[in-house]
Design a protein around this ligand. Sequence first.
Ligand code: FPP
Length: 246
Amino acid sequence: MSSTSQEISLQVSLPRHVAIIMDGNGRWAKKQGLPRILGHRRGAEVAKKITIKSRELGIPYLTLFAFSKENWQRPREEVSALLSLLVEYLDSELPTMLEKEIRFKMIGDREDFPVEIQRKILEVEKKTAQFSQMTLVLALSYSGRAEILKAINDLIKEVQSGRLGKVEVTEALLRKYFYFPELPDPDLLIRTSGELRVSNFFLYQLAYTEFYFTDLLWPEFTEEEFIKALEVYKRRERRFGKVYEF
Ligand code: FPP
């Protein structure tokens, strides 16, 4: 692994957690006169490259929004092609994750997926669970509102069952019921394709996240563009609601 001097200078203020909304696969395919699924296929290749670059740079957490809860409403053929692509991705990426020592985690509603896919996800999670340098999180059948509701409902169940006494709900307590409680809030959110929306992603966790939008479609996104986003992040002054200078 060799790093450029630009990459080394970035490491001073590297985000701990980068989250990406990989948007624009369909538009990219349309522009090329290709079926939408080939846009997703190309998008999965870009996702692999950005994961490897994150590992090389030393980013501890990378979350990729690969399938939203709303995406189930897409045409049946597209949903089924995306599911096949997911299986193919998990199969082809497991050896890379083992080689590069990347831990894999899924966030989202597992039970929405066919049982074989649930098993595969669990298998990749288990086989990579021992790695601690970097965690790749795939958001699958994920929605930020659903995550908050799940946390509240799970908490209510714990109280009703008597496993938890009368409690005051604090941030720390609520977070314990999120899909992946130890995941730090994203420092940087990247969204491609020129859309300026959050689209039900990490609603609770984005409170102090820096946003980076680019007009590039996800299949056009490159390692160089990723570094550019990290450079922009590095120059941002994060105040977390406080004032540092008068
Ligand atoms: C948005 O593009 C992208 C998605 C809905 C899915 C993201 C999926 C991938 C990048 C491929 C699979 C990745 C993995 C890691 C398995 P869009 O279809 O909404 O694009 P459009 O807005 O141009 O139509």
